[in-house]
Design a protein around this ligand. Structure first.
Ligand SMILES: Cc1cc2nc3c(=O)[nH]c(=O)nc-3n(C[C@H](O)[C@H](O)[C@H](O)COP(=O)(O)O)c2cc1C
Length: 148
């Protein structure tokens, strides 16, 4: 399939098998994210790959009504960005998310964007604070994406 065909067939997938993602495919998805363009080439992003079942289950509570599918995901890639590196971190991180989503699709893996920034966790905390605490992150947290 060429790129346009991949884009035509891509869909957000929210039902997962829970199978572990083969390392080779995971590496390609991460590479697709890391190769993304960024304003002034600042690359303000950091990724956390979550594969532990218990942590994935806890992550599934990071949003009210929008992240439940995570309990069955094989993997989550949490995308963080540092606003001190650039004022276009939102744009930069969105490109990263989009590229990883397309790469996953091209590899036959379902994935879905879960919005973290400006959203609330089930326990009433901001999604950002919830994930920051769960994953022991000190910088700023913005988006998440998940794979079966
Ligand atoms: C910025 C953004 C935030 C999104 N947040 C969520 C989310 O929190 N949970 C979710 O299940 N889907 C989320 N999605 C997926 C959209 O709902 C989905 O892309 C849209 O409905 C179009 O469907 P498609 O991706 O299958 O074409 C998000 C997508 C984007 C681009």
């Amino acid at each position: 399939m060429n790129l346009l065909e991949i884009m035509q067939n891509r869909r957000s997938v929210r039902t997962y098998t829970g199978e572990k993602i083969p390392k080779e495919k995971l590496d390609q998805i991460l590479q697709a994210g890391l190769l993304s363009p960024s304003g002034r080439n600042r690359k303000p992003w950091e990724f956390i790959v979550v594969q532990e079942r218990e942590t994935l289950e806890k992550l599934s509570h990071c949003r009210v009504g929008a992240a439940k599918m995570l309990e069955n995901a094989g993997c989550a890639i949490v995308v963080f960005a540092n606003p001190e590196k650039t004022d276009v971190w939102v744009e930069d991180s969105s490109i990263v998310m989009s590229n990883m989503h397309l790469m996953a699709d091209a590899l036959g893996l379902g994935s879905c964007w879960i919005q973290g920034r400006l959203r609330e966790a089930e326990n009433g905390e901001s999604t950002e604070d919830y994930c920051r605490q769960l994953l022991n992150v000190r910088g700023s947290m913005f988006w998440k994406q998940f794979f079966p």
